[in-house]
Design a protein around this ligand. Structure first.
Ligand code: SAH
Ligand code: SF4
Length: 340
């Protein structure tokens, strides 16, 4: 799992196989989601045996636990081969069936409002472990997946190579067949990664987690801002927009009394100037041990209204899976609880 077409071609060549075998293997792995070499009967028996003897297996993440909400949201706890665990979330919504994948075990960015940030980074996931989450969820629900968002545990642009490789494998050419504009990468705002994406992932959707438009506040909420302050982030976003020409989504977690004032709204308008943007407000979801308050519906609406009145394209993200800590920013909370 996680090998790309060129790598499978090489592997097949090593075993004296014709090139069309590589396309077959890619098709079984990613398009059909076959979970086992034994379930690829069109592969010659001696080839299957040779691969097995060399230690090859399909290698999907193993499901350890699952929680389901009344609205169809499902949170999966997956174990990797080394025993580390991560979470993926399945979110059905109308015709869309989205999988939210993790890109790291834990996260090293330490955002003050996020459960994943509280436990630090354990390790990067491999490309196989990232694309494997989508295939494992697809097998579990038995339905085609239409959208993937890298918004689970971890900072995708801090694990750039593996994330980009995995996203290519989810795509249309030699992959799962998901349209590029239905693949989303969400970042806490790493300018070098954003600029690299401008070249590598032009057709993918970029979401930048903004959450504050004053350096003094963003420094406190998101430590990465001390390294890459707002001016540097805005410059990277502007350049991304000018080079790629696609709308950028800015995610903004609303924490009442912290980042939802009048000057915050005005700052947001300034920050978005010169780009085509979609502003997505996220009601802050409670995280064990974090002393913020979740906004009421009226508080969210007041802030949304204030922004919409300026002409900004703004929506509110409906929380999914809050009852079992599956919503934005809550992943890894249960596992960390268990360790305390
Ligand atoms: N590391 C990446 C992607 C994972 S986080 C990033 O930060 O963008 C996915 C989204 O959930 C981010 O926008 C993040 O800021 C947001 N988030 C984190 N904690 C949250 C919380 N407690 N409530 C609501 N959203 C939260
Ligand atoms: Fe990491 Fe994103 Fe959570 Fe920040 S919000 S700690 S970058 S997962």
């Amino acid at each position: 799992m996680g090998l790309n077409y060129e790598e499978v071609v090489r592997l097949m060549e090593e075993h004296g196989q014709p090139p069309y075998r590589a396309r077959q293997v890619m098709d079984w792995l990613y398009r059909r989601g076959v979970a086992d070499l034994a379930a690829m009967p069109a592969l010659p028996q001696n080839l299957r045996q040779a691969l097995k003897d060399e230690g090859y297996e399909v290698g999907l993440p193993r499901e350890k636990a699952r929680r389901e909400g009344a609205d169809g949201t499902k949170k999966f706890l997956f174990a990797m081969v080394d025993g580390e665990t991560i979470e993926s979330v399945y979110i059905p919504e109308g015709p869309r069936r989205t999988v939210c994948v993790s890109t790291q075990v834990g996260c090293g960015m330490g955002c003050a409002f996020c459960a994943t940030g509280q436990g630090g980074l354990v390790r990067n996931l491999t490309a196989g472990e990232i694309v494997g989450q989508v295939l494992a969820v697809r097998r579990a629900v038995g339905l085609r997946i239409t959208n993937v968002v890298a918004m689970g545990q971890g900072e995708p642009l801090a694990n750039y190579e593996a994330t980009v490789k995995a996203f290519r494998l989810m795509g249309v050419e030699h992959g799962m067949g998901i349209a590029a504009r239905h693949l989303t990468i969400s970042t806490c705002g790493l300018p070098p990664g954003i600029l690299r994406l401008a070249a590598d992932g032009r057709q993918w959707q970029l979401t930048v987690s903004l959450h504050a438009v004053r350096d003094e506040l963003r420094d406190r909420l998101m430590p990465i801002n001390r390294r890459y302050p707002l001016a540097a982030l805005r410059e990277a976003c502007l350049e991304y927009f000018l080079r790629v020409g696609r709308r950028i989504t800015f995610a903004y977690v609303v924490i009442p009394g912290v980042n939802d004032g009048e000057r915050d709204a005005a700052g947001l308008v300034d920050f978005c100037r010169g780009m085509k943007v979609h502003l997505n407000l996220i009601p802050w979801n409670p995280v064990p041990g974090v002393a913020f308050r979740a906004p009421s519906a009226a508080e969210i609406e007041r802030f949304r209204h204030r922004l919409a009145a300026t002409g900004l394209n703004v929506t509110v993200r409906r929380p999914r899976g809050v009852e079992f800590l599956a919503a934005c920013g809550q992943l890894r909370a249960e596992e960390l609880e268990g360790r305390r």
